[in-house]
Design a protein around this ligand. Structure first.
Ligand SMILES: Cc1ncc(COP(=O)(O)O)c(C=O)c1O
Length: 389
């Protein structure tokens, strides 16, 4: 009887599925998945409707690399916010979301047997992507409570077999935004070992207070060895549209494109036209977006402290990691189940974002997503307060 391939046999059902099901059964406030419970900007949604109504030009296949309008808009956005000089014709590729952009980058730039460095805790698609292409993940943990990497551990991860490193800042799930100095340490090692950087910057516009997002491609000597991944989902609260992209030096993007043409070929065309409108919104859109999320971040911090959970204030993203050891005896999976079933708030146990050897680092941590309405976050605070009773 046919069965599935060895490369997927270890994947199983994700913890997200289990927690979502538990949350639904127990009517919990679901702060597990990073899925906004509010809508994107009306003018961006109108742009999608207009695009689809325009007819065959937009409702049939776009060029595989993406509509030239969107590739121009992505290059303009990189120039406008980061002063980067991106070639829209040869240095940009549009993908169905950042997830495919990372996977196509791995397929197009890394060979079987090569090593790929992953910073932990990591976004859950990275390691399956690495193993599916026959490459080997090498892990560098961020250490709680401040979620920084140890320079010696980072250096030790680089070897003659290292082909690439995946960097994600602003970082899911820790909420860290790497400083210029931290990124310089990564960049220096990439240059020293001639390594490609796959930089996942989907939270590029979600930074708070004094934190500043610096693309890895803008670090000295990094443009020619970096592919930058981003997407529409987070910045415009339309995660369901799955429009993403990757840009960088044409020599690298050509490799990514060769893989992408046989994985997805193209991303949905009306969404690409709407993305042109979104990326061109005035600066006030991006400022208001940050202000909205700063307020949500603060509501989340209040909710955590009502429950006696300790956490470093996130500098970016819509995630926070919180230490529950003052209010619960047990590990993070037991805590996530208890919180969902008995307290009525769902969170994610972050051990699944580590290799087994490093999972103990997150034994007393839980990840909460605050891309939720203010009322939902207040309700979460009232429920979390039960932890202290
Ligand atoms: C770090 C990171 N990268 C990529 C993605 C996926 O983005 P997309 O939905 O555009 O594939 C996410 C979504 O949660 C993420 O947190």
């Amino acid at each position: 009887m046919p069965t599935f391939a060895n490369r997927v046999s270890g994947f199983g059902t994700t913890i997200f599925t289990e927690i979502n099901e538990l949350a639904a059964q127990h009517n919990a406030v679901n702060l597990g998945q990073g899925r906004p419970d509010f809508d994107g900007p009306p003018e961006v949604i109108d742009a999608l409707m207009r695009a689809a109504q325009e007819g065959a030009r937009v409702n049939q296949y776009p060029p595989g690399a993406g509509s030239i309008h969107l590739r121009n808009a992505i290059a303009l956005h990189a120039g406008r916010f980061y002063n980067l000089d991106v070639d829209p014709a040869r240095g940009v590729l549009v993908t169905p979301g950042a997830t495919e952009a990372v996977f196509a980058s791995l397929l197009g730039l890394v060979d079987p047997g090569d090593e790929v460095i992953v910073i932990e805790p990591y976004f859950d698609s990275y390691v399956p992507g690495i193993t599916m292409i026959g490459a080997v993940p090498v892990y560098v943990p961020l250490h709680p409570p401040n979620w920084t990497f140890d320079e010696q551990e980072l250096r030790a991860a680089f070897s003659p077999k290292t082909r690439a490193i995946i960097v994600n800042s602003p970082q899911n799930p820790t909420g860290r935004v790497f400083t210029w100095d931290e990124q310089k340490r990564i960049a220096d090692l990439c240059v020293e070992h001639d390594v490609v950087c796959i930089s996942d910057e989907v939270y590029e516009h979600l930074v708070f207070d004094n934190a500043r997002h610096i693309p890895m491609a803008a670090m000295p000597d990094m443009f020619e060895r970096t592919v930058t991944v981003s997407s529409l989902g987070k910045t415009f609260s339309v995660t369901g549209w799955k429009i993403g992209w990757v840009y960088g030096a044409p020599e690298l993007i050509t490799g990514v494109g060769r893989a992408h043409q046989f994985v997805a070929f193209a991303a949905n065309h009306p969404g690409q036209e709407a993305a042109v409108h979104a990326l061109g919104l005035p600066g006030t859109y991006f400022e208001d977006f940050q202000a909205m999320y700063t307020a949500k971040r603060d509501l989340m911090m209040q909710a955590l402290s009502l429950g006696g959970l300790k956490s470093a204030k996130p500098e970016g993203t819509y995630f926070v990691m919180a230490d529950f050891s003052d209010v619960f005896d047990g590990d993070s999976v037991q805590f996530a189940r208890y919180l969902t079933t008995d307290i009525g708030v769902a969170c994610i146990p972050p051990g699944f974002f580590y290799c087994p050897e490093h999972a103990h680092l997150a034994r007393t941590q839980a990840r909460f997503a605050f891309c939720k309405s203010d009322d939902t976050l207040r309700e979460a605070g009232e429920r979390l307060a039960k932890l202290l009773r």
